[in-house]
Design a protein. Sequence first.
Length: 343
Amino acid sequence: MLDDRKVRVLRAIVEDYVLTAEPVGSRTIARKYNLGVSPATIRNEMADLEEMGYLEQPHTSAGRIPSDLGYRYYVDRLMPEQTLSAEVVESIHQALEQKTREIQDLIQYAVRVLSDATNYLALVLGPQLSAARFHRMSALPLDAGSALLILVTDVGFVETALINKPVDMTDDDLQGLFEYLSRRLRGLSLETCAHEATTILNSELSAYRSVMEEALSLLRATTEDEGEERVYASGTARLFEQPEFRDVDKAKAILGMVEHDQTLRDVINSLVNEETVLVSIGGETGVREIRDCSLVGTMFSIGGRAAGKLAVLGPKRMDYAKVTAVVRCVQSRLSSALRKGAG
């Protein structure tokens, strides 16, 4: 535990460094933060904090910057609860109230607004299609001989295919067929659906074999899609606008990582495993390429069922209170939008 004076000095250094990206000296703290003590006393406290591992002295600068431990203490004990401005909340709300039932579109909106609101790199790990369950299937007649077949899963994935409609099949018959099929298959895994639909075709719906065969083809094609979660990203350039990453070698290392989906999946999955907002700072990430970054992330869900993960990757010198508030807001709005889309 730190005494009150050390806590106030550490808070001042973290908050000043977040704003300026410049090492913080004792005179700056004395002038700007009104701690009621002299610069000499502040220097002594800074030396103690450095010895305890909460501060670092970059190069030969007289100023100090927070260490990973210093940021951790700040995030866990000192970080204020931040209320987002009405303007930011409204922008998030509008972005995620789009009139779409496709989860891919909603996630694209979410990752963009997450980056816009934080000015850092935003990442969203979408749900695995292979883990989705059947919600409904419908057909939209296009002309006398064709229709658009639409498959919707419980987490909002939408798959479509053009099918041939027999000339002797009315639109009402087509609609009734897929309403019946939806009632029979709802809640089953997609893989089970293909097997169950085959059984239903052979035992009950052989009169509609041609249409059912095309529905089965869509179900089978969907289950063969890649089982990995898809990574959505936005704001890579914004990350490299930060002063910390003007060093070419640092920038290349980070860029090399963010360009590989599997690496991003591994990082997000290892660091984000709760619906509370988790903060991983610098070396805590366990990834050498992002040791100068922090990741703030959480999971989002649909009706209590985990659906994916979202995160913000930025410099360790990030505004943790604001980023945490934005991540929490986007999580809530995205979960709500997905719940409506799957309803």
